[in-house]
Design a protein around this ligand. Structure first.
Ligand code: ZN
Ligand code: ZN
Length: 495
């Protein structure tokens, strides 16, 4: 008898335990996918609270039936983030205001349940929800050329299309789940412009059954214009599919309207003033800088900007990296004339008057600055306004650099432990030309040569403007700037 009781209770314990752990496992998987939960370092309870906050339910961190029912809902493939008190949250990137963007629908793998005309109509109606409330425009195009984004249906492993390369396909690193419900679709933030639908869904319009293509498209388009998931459960940008609402009854919720207007301004009105937008603190500081003294790519492959003489900022793409507290740079580097990163000796080479400094170290905040050896002064005048460099051959460790001094460009070579200037200079007008024949302004504040061999771009900063030059000819020591420039760098930083 005693044995039987022990056995029974063991069995009971086992069954409860395994029942729980399978649900917990599912929860862990879900939270890892959508809430950045990390099994080894994170707390499951905290991640459950994040989900509960997003869902607008009591945040007690328990794996309740209500939580499980949310995890079983059809949803967007994008991540949710706990945004604390904020409702809509704008990503740090957007499209231009007041522009009508063309988009392209890939016809390779269309849903079986809707005709092409029905699909096209549902997409356009969805985009118009955003257009109606903000300074944005979207128009379908049957031709890929000139389109800014594309829409496609696909299975688990699927293609993404590079809008910058005439929609050249490559594998999307984020698979869809390819099962009914679960993940319905996903989209990318600006300026990528890929909207992908899971073709395992039964896409419909005009009826309660299946998944409504118009509403899901409207949600995904919210991401494509720069909005994250909202923790307002009534928002279109809530991560879960909220069910069918007929076209006649549908109104874009207030939370989403405010989100779109924070980025693009209200339709027919001027855009919101700067301070009311979600502009990062550092972003606005760099936006207000008078000029850039130096721009360089460091050993961590990040781009750094020295603004207004002494403040060092780090960029993340074309945004300011808000996680990098700007530091005052080393005294010797303040108000430097120009600089470039020396890949051969792993140091920053800084020109300041007739002195040349090397700033070395792996941490950009604590560089060790020393005056450095020059192998030959050549035609170096002892002053320059901008410098850029290029690794010519990784194997040989050879790097060339160029300094702009007034109307002339002097080149040099980086060798082990020293640099050598060439004996001759070339006129700036020979090295940098405007494609429309206009004269390039000589007063360049900073320069940066970035990109790989086939995609080199020379960035030139002049006051509040910048130019981008591309190599001409095979030697690539000559750069041509298209007539689109100069542009304001405030535009690039989305100031
Ligand atoms: Zn989403
Ligand atoms: Zn995708």
């Amino acid at each position: 008898m005693k044995l039987a009781i022990v056995l029974l209770s063991t069995l009971f314990f086992l069954s409860v335990h395994s029942f729980k752990s399978s649900e917990e496992k599912d929860a862990e998987k879900y939270l890892t996918e959508f809430y950045d939960y990390d099994k080894s370092t994170g707390s499951l309870k905290d991640s459950l609270k994040d989900l509960q906050k997003m869902a607008g339910i009591e945040a007690d961190g328990k794996l309740s039936d209500e939580v499980i029912s949310h995890m079983n809902k059809g949803r967007c493939g994008g991540k949710d983030k706990d945004k604390k008190s904020k409702r809509y949250v704008a990503a740090n990137a957007r499209w231009d205001r007041g522009v009508t963007y063309k988009y392209y629908l890939h016809l390779d793998w269309m849903p079986r349940t809707m005709s092409e005309a029905e699909v096209r109509r549902a997409i356009q109606v969805a985009l118009d929800y955003w257009v109606r409330v903000s300074n944005l425009g979207f128009a379908a195009s049957r031709d890929k050329a000139g389109c800014m984004f594309s829409v496609s249906f696909s299975g688990r492993d699927h293609l993404q299309y590079d809008v910058n390369k005439n929609f050249q396909p490559s594998k999307d690193p984020y698979p869809l789940d390819n099962v009914p419900s679960g993940v319905l679709a996903h989209a990318f933030f600006p300026r990528n412009g890929n909207l992908h639908y899971d073709n395992a869904e039964t896409w419909t319009e005009g009826k309660d059954s299946g998944i409504n293509l118009r509403i899901v498209t409207a949600h995904e388009m919210g991401h494509a214009i720069g909005l994250h998931h909202s923790n307002d459960p009534s928002a279109l940008m809530a991560p879960w599919y909220g069910g069918y609402i007929s076209e006649a009854d549908y109104r874009l919720p207030n939370d989403d309207t405010l989100g779109a207007q924070s980025l693009y301004g209200a339709r027919g009105k001027r855009a919101l003033p700067l301070k009311k937008r979600d502009l990062g603190k550092l972003q606005s500081r760099l936006c207000n800088a008078k000029n850039y003294d130096g721009v360089f790519a460091f050993s961590d492959d990040k781009t750094y900007v020295i603004a207004d003489g002494s403040n060092l900022f780090r960029l993340d793409g074309t945004n300011v990296d808000e996680t990098f507290e700007p530091v005052e740079i080393n005294e010797a580097l303040k108000n430097a004339d120009s600089m470039f990163y020396d890949k051969v000796n792993k140091r920053l080479v800084v020109f300041k008057g007739d002195k040349v400094y090397s700033a070395s170290g792996s941490d950009v905040k604590t560089l060790k600055v020393e005056e450095m050896k020059i192998g030959g002064h050549g035609a170096y005048l002892g002053k320059s306004s901008a410098a850029f460099a290029r690794q010519v051959s990784a194997e040989e460790g050879m790097q060339y650099f160029w300094l702009i001094q007034d109307n002339e460009v002097i080149s040099g070579e980086v060798l082990k432990n020293k640099i050598v200037f060439s004996r001759r200079t070339r006129p700036l007008s020979e090295v940098i030309t405007m494609s429309n024949g206009a004269k390039f302004p000589p007063s360049i504040d900073a320069a940066l040569l970035s990109g790989e061999k086939d995609n080199l771009q020379l960035y030139l900063f002049v006051g509040n403007s910048y130019y981008v030059g591309k190599p001409t000819g095979r030697k690539q020591f000559q750069y041509s700037i298209s007539a689109d420039y100069p542009k304001s760098y405030k535009q690039v930083l989305k100031c």
